[in-house]
Design a protein around this ligand. Structure first.
Ligand SMILES: C[S@@+](CC[C@H](N)C(=O)[O-])C[C@H]1O[C@@H](n2cnc3c(N)ncnc32)[C@H](O)[C@@H]1O
Length: 302
């Protein structure tokens, strides 16, 4: 077994080297990664193993993901338990990573009946639950220039960052931030798309929020719930369980979330598992569960 000291430094070396996929890796990082079995010898030097970074175009996202893992691991080692206690640099690192999810949301929206057209129409509206430092909200506002994005969060400190994020992306006029627990949502027929990261919001809040989110959607609008991808081995499952205990997120699988959406009254409930590799090792591309608020014509006459 690798010592804890060496394992932490291998991860740090991977983060530092991840953008060098096409070139010779610089020493002494190359030496560390070669000794860990993560490189292949190439012309004139070591390169990261083929397939280690599944899509080299996402190197920056992978790098952000590893940086985030290291920061969160430091917090976990000190016993830090919830979002409110996370220091700003962890919140900002989470934001940098989840902001890259805007293209994933857009790609998934393209496969959900009517949603892409709605999001490009004047008056389009998106709800971003657990907006954090607002990177996803700003990313969605940038991708959908007709849309207004409402970001909800319970943490004033996160919302203060989110306000700066929207300014920095030049979308402040279309990003509206609100301090609110999603469990108290009372909006009616207000949104075409609602984003709900179940792995970051407590299960009790999600249970109460689902019927409220249904009412908050416009008829024909969609909820997209993100769920942590299931781990493949015992260590991965144990790590995932600990991460969820630390973040307080709902511990459900995609199928369990799908059942809850159906029970809450969503129709057309579908599970989408985007190709892994757009996220980062250990953080991973989430699985998305979609559910639609039925249109009046879809409701059978009594
Ligand atoms: C991982 S962060 C989201 C990252 C975000 N997409 C970004 O760009 O920074 C999860 C956020 O969910 C918020 N949250 C947790 N429970 C919530 C609830 N019941 N209602 C609203 N926000 C909640 C947390 O305060 C935290 O800021």
């Amino acid at each position: 077994m690798t010592s804890a000291h060496d394992a932490a430094w291998v991860l740090a070396a991977l983060a530092a080297s991840v953008l060098h996929t096409g070139d010779r890796l610089p020493e002494p990082l190359a030496g560390v990664l070669a000794a860990a079995g993560l490189t292949d010898p190439g012309d004139g030097g070591q390169r990261l193993k083929a397939g280690l970074i599944r899509n080299p175009d996402h190197g920056a996202v992978v790098q952000a993901g590893i940086e985030l893992l290291l920061r969160q691991a430091v917090q976990a080692s000190a016993g830090t338990r919830d979002w409110a206690a996370q220091p700003d640099e962890v919140m900002l690192a989470v934001g940098r990573l989840t902001g890259s999810g805007a293209s994933l949301v857009a790609a998934t929206a393209g496969g959900l009946e009517g949603l892409a057209a709605r999001l490009r129409s004047p008056g389009a509206a998106i709800l971003d639950v657990g907006t954090g430092v607002g990177e996803l909200a700003a990313g969605l506002a940038a991708l959908f220039p007709s849309a207004h994005v409402t970001g909800l969060d319970v943490l004033p400190r996160a919302l203060a960052h989110a306000s700066h994020t929207a300014d920095r992306h030049g979308v402040a006029g279309r990003v509206h931030l609100r301090r609110q627990d999603v469990a108290t949502l009372v909006d009616v027929e207000a949104y075409d798309l609602a984003w709900l990261p179940t792995r970051f919001v407590p299960a009790a809040a999600v249970e109460v929020a689902l019927p409220r989110l249904l009412v908050a959607l416009r008829p024909g609008g969609w909820l997209l719930a993100s769920v942590a991808r299931s781990a493949q081995d015992d260590l991965g499952r144990a790590v995932r369980t600990w991460q969820l205990a630390l973040t307080g997120g709902a511990p459900w699988t995609a199928d369990e979330v799908a059942d809850r959406l159906t029970t809450a009254g969503f129709d057309r409930v579908e599970v989408h598992a985007p190709v892994e590799g757009e996220g980062s090792p250990g953080v991973g591309t989430p699985v998305l569960v979609a559910g639609r608020r039925g249109t009046p014509s879809a409701v059978a006459p009594a």
